[in-house]
Design a protein around this ligand. Structure first.
Ligand code: NAD
Ligand code: AKB
Length: 321
């Protein structure tokens, strides 16, 4: 069983991917790493856990060598809104970090997972049923690093034979860890605010339509893609995947079917609205269904019911501590 290394493991995805990988492959075989330095008790609870800055190539080499790593899930990155606030840092983390991961993978023969995004598309991309292969001229630094990342992964696969794989993920909705500076964060915030305050002020306009997915479907998709038959992967580094195409108004209405007094108002943030307006309204993910059996389980209604139930338990447990 080759050891798996996860970078950016303390983020929204890593907080659920690491436990899922450990359940499938064994706790000792999954090394969680992040830029954040945890206190000894925190690191012990997440063991095996280590500090790792992906912009420092030597730290990656040391971890891959020490743990005999065979597979890397490279999650460390700045998300769209954070990246727009610090474009130089975003380039460094998102591009140098990925380059370092690919170089160490080339040296040690590791498999690599790279999460691209709907942010890899731009305003000149067809916005409805966005094809798998289409125009990609993003206008955000985040999107530019995602397109460049897709291409770099393609290059390492064709030039060096590295087994790179990736998904163009939509906005992810989850209850374990808070999202980290994205444009789709409103969708998660809406659930917390519904249960805590009964109301939410949304930073995107009511009719802004974007693709979303519930985290359990995203985790399953990542692990299924990594385990798929390589010969079937026509678009190995950038599969469109989605589970629902929704607006803030529609998510608000779905929550209100469970929390009848829930109210949403809107104070549009021009920066994040401009980012959202440059992204697809819905993706065509038929290639993922066809090539490796992608099959999300949660639509808007199922996600909303599960999310509210889980979040209610989480908030009640936090209150009783
Ligand atoms: P996140 O912001 O929640 O977590 C990122 C983690 O990376 C953080 O814990 C942070 O401490 C860490 N990090 C930052 N700089 C680092 C560095 N130099 N070295 C090591 N770690 C560093 O992000 P996430 O939502 O978990 O996303 C993970 C990946 O998935 C990113 O590449 C993101 O672009 C992609 N993605 C996420 C979503 C989503 O909705 N969450 C959607 C599409 C794509
Ligand atoms: C973001 O909003 O930046 C992310 C993404 C869709 O890539 N959630």
């Amino acid at each position: 069983m080759p050891t798996i290394l996860v970078t950016g493991a303390l983020g929204q995805i890593g907080s659920e991917l690491v436990p899922a990988l450990r359940t499938r492959y064994g706790a000792d075989n999954v090394i969680a790493t992040d830029l954040k330095v945890l206190p000894p008790s925190g690191a012990a609870a997440l063991a095996p856990y280590g500090h790792l800055d992906c912009t420092e190539a030597n730290q990656l080499h040391e971890a891959v060598r020490r743990y005999d790593v065979g597979s890397i899930y490279h999650l460390a990155a700045l998300l769209s809104a954070s990246a727009e606030a610090a474009p130089q840092l975003a380039w460094s983390v998102n591009m140098s970090g990925l380059y370092n991961v690919l170089e160490v993978a080339r040296e040690y023969g590791c498999q690599v997972f790279f999460p691209s995004s709907i942010g890899a598309f731009g305003p000149t991309t067809p916005r409805d049923s966005t094809p798998q292969v289409t125009v990609q001229r993003p206008t955000t630094i985040y999107g530019i690093t995602k397109v460049a990342g897709e291409l770099l992964c393609d290059y390492y696969a064709s030039r060096f034979g590295i087994d790179t794989r990736g998904l163009r993920l939509p906005g992810l909705i989850s209850y374990v860890a808070a999202p980290g500076g994205g444009t789709t964060d409103y969708a998660v915030e809406m659930f917390y605010h519904a249960l805590r305050y009964g109301r939410y002020t949304c930073f995107l306009s009511a009719a802004t339509r974007l693709d979303m997915m519930y985290m359990p479907d995203a985790i399953a998709a990542m692990m299924d893609l990594m385990a798929a038959d390589s010969g079937r992967l026509r678009y190995r580094n950038a599969y469109n995947v989605t589970a629902m195409s929704v607006t803030p108004a529609e998510i608000g209405a779905a929550i209100a079917r469970h929390v009848p007094s829930f109210a949403v108002d809107y104070e549009v943030d021009p920066v994040r609205q401009a980012i959202a307006d440059s992204w697809p309204r819905s993706l065509d993910d038929s290639a993922a269904h066809h090539d490796w059996g992608f099959a999300p389980r949660y639509d808007l209604e199922a996600m909303t019911a599960d999310m509210l139930a889980r979040l209610r338990s989480k908030l009640a447990a936090a209150r009783s501590r």
